[in-house]
Design a protein around this ligand. Structure first.
Ligand SMILES: [Zn+2]
Length: 483
């Protein structure tokens, strides 16, 4: 017993020595790291309107090559994917060597309205401990912290950056997948991944997006919801009629409202047959993690100007339901006259936009079919169900996966505080590309603060989060090699 305890203690002290060295390196080099990030921010990369994408991909590839990452720019149908790897070639890696896949995106949102920016969006400026500029948090700065995490790891382990010998001394392989289309919905990411499954083979995927906890504690996000957007359209008449005829002619809005009342009642549950059939039950450990997330009903009501929460959603249930329960949300309901004053009209048509947030293991196609069947069963088979987008598949990495512990330790080291772990969030996104298509756990470690203002004017990255992110990324390399 004594022997194993002292072994553990010496491992712990070796880890804390290494952590101190990484932290000291980041403090000594943070000025240079920040200047490099600023040059990256200065290069616009607005994917929606095709501004600067080629230049930004070249610049990112140059940053990577300088660290010894073997980097290739892959064209896609629109904006290029920048892929790189460091460590032994796949075939030459020693048995048991782990491979980490780091994802990120180098495209940014359009900066408008320009007049709302205190300093111009592509002229990065530091104020009050934050770097302001478009893409600082979403996602150039967070992506960059991973490159500087590698650089810090190599520096502390005595290896020269960029030298071939440096890569050889890395204890894991690292692959980098940086896309240029995230802000346009990643249309070519999944096709790229499916075409390059061998190239992207890894043991775990991590990326840094979104923000850490409002309290200042770090966070891990292990799951995202899927999404199925639908539009239901009822058409009862060839054209709008005088409302005197409402005694004899059918009403499209009443029909739609009656239909909707068959789908969801006051209890908030969805009444479509089989809607919940494939909902994955959360693990006991995931329920416990949800219980540990700080929650305050009074503050939630105040923040939303709400009078009450839905039945059975208060206290701990707030996060349980947010994470583990699907939604059937009405996002828009349109019919008839909505202008000033009165118009006595019997509308010919009515439509409703629905967004259904899916949890594992629901599938968009299956739920779509169940909605159609529900309408037929209740006599609404003539109501059109339009589906403009394919939707997103939900994804959740089990909290019991060993790489979650790797990320937890790294974040706890960097922040000096335990991370708030979100087994899932209410948000939707394409993490299933990693968990389902590549079959690897996917963990999000945010480095930005909750006031980052991503997509808005005066986007910022808190410098403390940038520096802690670099440390966390270096510690992931170390702990992954020991996992
Ligand atoms: Zn974004």
């Amino acid at each position: 017993m004594a022997g194993s305890n002292s072994g553990l203690n010496s491992a712990n002290s070796a880890n804390s020595d290494f952590l101190s060295q990484v932290q000291a390196h980041v403090q000594a080099n943070k000025g240079r790291y920040l200047e490099e990030l600023k040059s990256f921010i200065r290069q616009p990369s607005i994917s929606t309107i095709d501004v600067g994408m080629g230049e930004a991909s070249q610049m990112l590839a140059a940053f990577m090559r300088r660290l010894g990452i073997r980097t290739t720019i892959y064209p896609t149908r629109r904006h290029p994917v920048v892929f790189g790897e460091i460590g032994p070639e796949d075939g030459a890696a020693p048995a048991g060597m782990r491979t980490l896949l780091v994802y990120g995106h180098y495209d940014v949102q359009p900066p408008e309205p320009l007049e709302k920016w205190v300093t111009p969006p592509f002229e990065p400026a530091v104020r009050d401990g934050k770097l302001y500029g478009r893409g600082t948090s979403d996602n150039k700065g967070q992506l960059f912290a991973h490159l500087k995490g590698l650089e810090s790891y190599l520096a502390v382990t005595g290896a020269e950056s960029g030298a071939a010998g440096a890569a050889a001394r890395l204890p894991i392989k690292i692959k980098y997948l940086f896309e240029g289309e995230e802000e346009t919905g990643s249309p070519n990411l999944r096709p790229f991944v499916l075409e390059h499954k061998e190239l992207l083979r890894a043991d775990a995927a991590i990326f840094s997006d979104s923000h850490y906890h409002e309290s200042g504690r770090p966070s891990l996000i292990l799951g995202l919801k899927g999404l199925l957007p639908l539009e239901l359209r009822a058409k009862e008449l060839a054209s709008d009629q005088h409302s005197m005829k409402a005694t004899v002619l059918p009403s499209a809005p009443w029909r739609l409202v009656t239909l909707l009342s068959t789908i969801k009642g006051e209890d908030g549950l969805v009444k479509i047959d089989g809607f919940y059939d494939t909902v994955r039950a959360p693990l006991p450990e995931e329920m416990e993690a949800a219980d540990r997330i700080p929650v305050n009903d009074t503050e939630i009501l105040k923040a939303h100007g709400a009078k009450h929460l839905l039945d059975n959603r208060f206290g701990r249930r707030y996060y349980h339901n947010m994470m583990f329960e699907p939604t059937f949300n009405i996002s828009g309901l349109v019919s008839g006259y909505t202008g000033k004053g009165t118009k006595t009209v019997l509308p010919a048509e009515a439509s409703v936009k629905i967004d259904i947030r899916l949890v594992p293991d629901m599938r968009p196609d299956d739920i779509h079919a169940k909605v159609v069947r529900h309408l037929e069963k209740h006599g609404y088979g003539d109501v059109e169900v339009a589906r403009a987008e394919l939707g997103l598949i939900p994804s959740r990495t089990p909290i019991t996966n060993p790489y979650v512990e790797v990320a937890r330790r790294a974040a706890a080291d960097a922040w000096g505080d335990e991370p708030v772990i979100f087994p899932s969030t209410g948000g939707a996104g394409p993490n299933y590309i990693f968990t389902d298509d590549l079959g690897v756990p996917c963990i999000v470690i945010p480095f930005a603060a909750s006031d980052q203002a991503n997509h808005a004017p005066n986007e910022s990255l808190v410098l403390d989060g940038f520096e802690k992110g670099i440390v966390a990324s270096a510690m992931v390399i170390k702990y992954m090699s020991e996992s």
